[in-house]
Design a protein around this ligand. Structure first.
Ligand code: PLP
Length: 393
């Protein structure tokens, strides 16, 4: 079967040695071998997260860990009485809003939104106001790399704000950890989350979550913690180097191999590669006369793992013509989500993607733009991409 080239923000292509790691026989999940595998995974992930906090691997995608974080922190109001805390949800895209939706399930009256339009940068002053005007700010949520719009949000600034107000800072790093610099402890992040199918280059189905003592203390006060995703149960099981319920073993085998791939590459080189790949995409798109979707200020930056580009292009080429044309040529890029459907397309450069694959993507984009008379000659965008990619050597 000829493989399509997946340039979407997860699931990302999984290289053969990681895929093959999944096909080994099952083992006893309460035995020594699993204990060693789990311990190794946790230690490696703690290094990548740059955290001394506890870290657990959940058999569930990124949203599972997002809900675990909120569900363990916020006491359910159950429609009876008030939720005794505020959750400030900083949002400027789909995934920031997901945190808000989750928090509303657990305590509608708990949520104080600091809302920005999709694609707009975070304004720190307004976040500060939301925190200061809230009588009981206990939790602040934000997405680090907002995949829906291609923005990298200011984690350090919001981390400082959380510290000042003694709030627990929950940061969705689902599409940044493993591909970008995310020093969790230095940033003042209490809960950090990564998804397996993004920059770690593993198949979908796992997430990892690191949790500070401050966050664990808040969880201990919460009698309405979820059962399956009770993070204190994860903590207790970790002492035995186990998970509380049956782990998705083949995915753990894959994750172990993926972390081995990462350590062979080295995080510094891996981050540099991600930065160069996304820079190549931005440079090529701009050189082709396309505009990037985010409008940034000094605290927000372009994502180093996904690039969002505006549609429609010069002569009104549609999303279907653009992405459909690329799909016919074997390259899959993502469209816009919800209100950005048909308005942007997104090229992800996450995981074990190579310069050659980025170049192929740009060449195919050029072919489609030429076919639809958006550009008059091929080679300009790919030439620009090549220039940037040559800095990887
Ligand atoms: C920033 C961000 N947060 C959360 C999610 C949801 O993760 P999952 O689909 O693994 O549940 C995604 C998925 O794309 C994401 O990009």
């Amino acid at each position: 079967m000829e493989e399509e080239l997946l340039m979407i923000p997860g699931p990302v292509p999984v290289i053969p040695r990681i895929r093959e790691a999944m096909s080994r026989p099952m083992i006893h999940h309460r035995g020594d071998e699993f204990a060693e595998i789990y311990e190794g995974i946790v230690e490696n992930l703690k290094n990548i997260f740059q955290t001394k906090n506890d870290l657990f691997v959940l058999s569930g995608s990124g949203t599972c860990a997002m809900e675990a974080a909120i569900g363990n922190l916020i006491q359910r109001s159950n429609g009876r009485g008030r939720t005794e805390m505020a959750c400030i949800t900083v949002t400027n895209g789909k995934f920031g809003e997901r945190f808000k939706e989750i928090a509303e399930r657990y305590g509608e009256d708990a949520v104080t939104p600091a809302h920005f339009e999709w694609g707009q940068p975070i304004e720190l002053e307004r976040v500060k106001e939301a925190v200061e005007n809230s009588p009981r700010p206990k939790v602040i949520t934000m997405v680090h790399n907002e995949t829906s719009t291609g923005i990298l949000n200011p984690a350090k600034d919001v981390g400082n704000l959380a510290k000042k107000h003694d709030a627990v800072f929950v940061l969705d790093c689902i599409t940044s950890i493993g591909g970008d610099e995310v020093p969790v402890d230095q940033l003042g992040v209490d809960i950090a989350i990564v998804g397996s199918q993004k920059c770690l280059g593993t198949p979908p189905g796992l997430s990892a979550i690191s949790i500070s003592d401050k966050a664990l203390d808040l969880m201990r006060e919460n009698p309405s913690r979820p059962f399956y995703m009770d993070l204190l149960a994860y903590k207790k099981s970790l002492e035995k180097r186990q998970t509380p319920y049956t782990p998705a073993l083949p995915l753990f085998f894959a994750l172990r191999e993926a972390l081995e791939v990462i350590s062979e590459e080295g995080m510094e080189r891996r981050i540099k590669r991600h930065r160069i790949l996304s820079k190549a995409v931005r440079a090529a798109a701009t050189r082709l006369g396309l505009s990037l979707f985010p409008k940034l200020n000094e605290v927000s930056a372009y994502s180093n793992t996904v690039t969002a580009i505006n549609l429609p292009l010069a002569n009104g080429i549609t999303d279907e013509q653009l992405r459909g044309g690329m799909r016919k040529r074997g390259v899959i890029v993502a469209g816009g989500q919800e209100k950005l459907k048909g308005k942007i397309f997104r090229i992800a450069t996450m995981g074990n993607i190579t310069g050659r694959e980025v170049l192929r993507t740009i060449e195919v984009l050029e072919e489609v733009l030429l076919e639809n008379k958006v550009i008059e000659e091929e080679g300009i965008g790919s030439g620009e991409a090549k220039k940037v990619l040559s800095t990887m050597l």
